[in-house]
Design a protein around this ligand. Structure first.
Ligand SMILES: C[S@@+](CC[C@H](N)C(=O)[O-])C[C@H]1O[C@@H](n2cnc3c(N)ncnc32)[C@H](O)[C@@H]1O
Length: 254
């Protein structure tokens, strides 16, 4: 799984993000094996999923998102799935959905979640045995020095008094991995993605076709760096987003 497949269809390439491209290409690849019931936890406006869902009709998409206006936008962006996009939190999946999912995706959400144990427990329970979790979290909110430290401190106080809309705090990677394993998931892939300078330099390419091709090369380079890096912690400080693919073991409790 280390090498990005260069033949992935164009609708899986998100020009601004190798992580979105990675997730879209994994969803596409899984959808080639069987029809999929997918839950997107913290879906936001779901805009980046439009090309994939327009092209793969066998994906039954569900979304959950706490922000009311984002839910409305997601319903407009994905009209065929609008009736399956709900307002709610990842922690509350079992109160909103009564059956389980083949795939759960959650991109750039976990760093904004206050009650992380409940969130992990909820998403893993919602996954079918043999199902796949594609989870990412951002690390870039926490690296910009004093101003963001102050902002994160203030948002943490607000979150503790019940207003968590702007909450963000660093994720403890090893705690997350232990929690996923404790819940019966096997971690298949873990990557630090989106090197700052490469990301900025890639934005300078204006030709969309060249930009897409270079993006796949960029993803390939970052995969190779991840596989061969001797210092994972250093790599984490140089990148913006952590990516995990995990498999719910068949023997796991539902
Ligand atoms: C950076 S956005 C990412 C949106 C989308 N996943 C994407 O990749 O474009 C983070 C999203 O997480 C949502 N969020 C925050 N806390 C959440 C929670 N406890 N459960 C589900 N979603 C949450 C926010 O409302 C926001 O839409």
């Amino acid at each position: 799984m280390d090498q990005v497949e260069l033949e992935i269809p164009n609708f899986c390439i998100e020009r601004n993000s190798i992580v979105k491209t990675k997730i879209l290409s994994r969803l596409w690849s899984l959808s080639q094996e069987r029809s999929l019931r997918i839950l997107d936890v913290g879906c936001g406006n779901a805009e980046w999923l439009i090309p994939l869902l327009d092209n793969i009709k066998s994906i039954d998409y569900f979304g959950i998102e706490p922000g009311h206006s984002l839910v409305l936008q997601a319903r407009i962006n994905l009209p065929e799935h609008a009736h399956q996009i709900y307002q709610g939190r990842g922690e509350d999946i079992s109160t909103m959905f009564h059956s389980s999912f083949d795939v759960i995706i959650s991109r750039a959400v976990f760093e904004h979640v206050l009650n992380r144990d409940n969130f992990i427990n909820s998403i893993t329970r919602a996954l079918l045995p043999g199902g796949t979790l594609l989870l990412t979290y951002g690390t870039n909110h926490f690296k910009e020095g004093l101003r963001t430290d102050v902002r994160n401190f203030v948002t943490a106080i607000l979150a503790r008094i019940g207003y968590d809309r702007y909450y963000a705090s660093p994720v403890n990677r090893s705690y997350l991995m232990t929690s996923l394993q404790r819940e019966g998931l096997q971690i298949l892939e873990e990557k630090c993605y989106s090197l700052d300078d490469l990301k900025m330099a890639h934005k300078l390419i204006s030709d969309p076709k060249i930009s897409s091709t270079v993006l796949l090369n960029w993803l390939q380079i970052e995969d190779a760096i991840n596989s061969n890096s001797s210092d994972h912690e250093k790599l984490e400080t140089l990148t913006n987003e952590m990516y995990f693919e995990a498999l719910k073991m068949e023997s796991s409790k539902q």
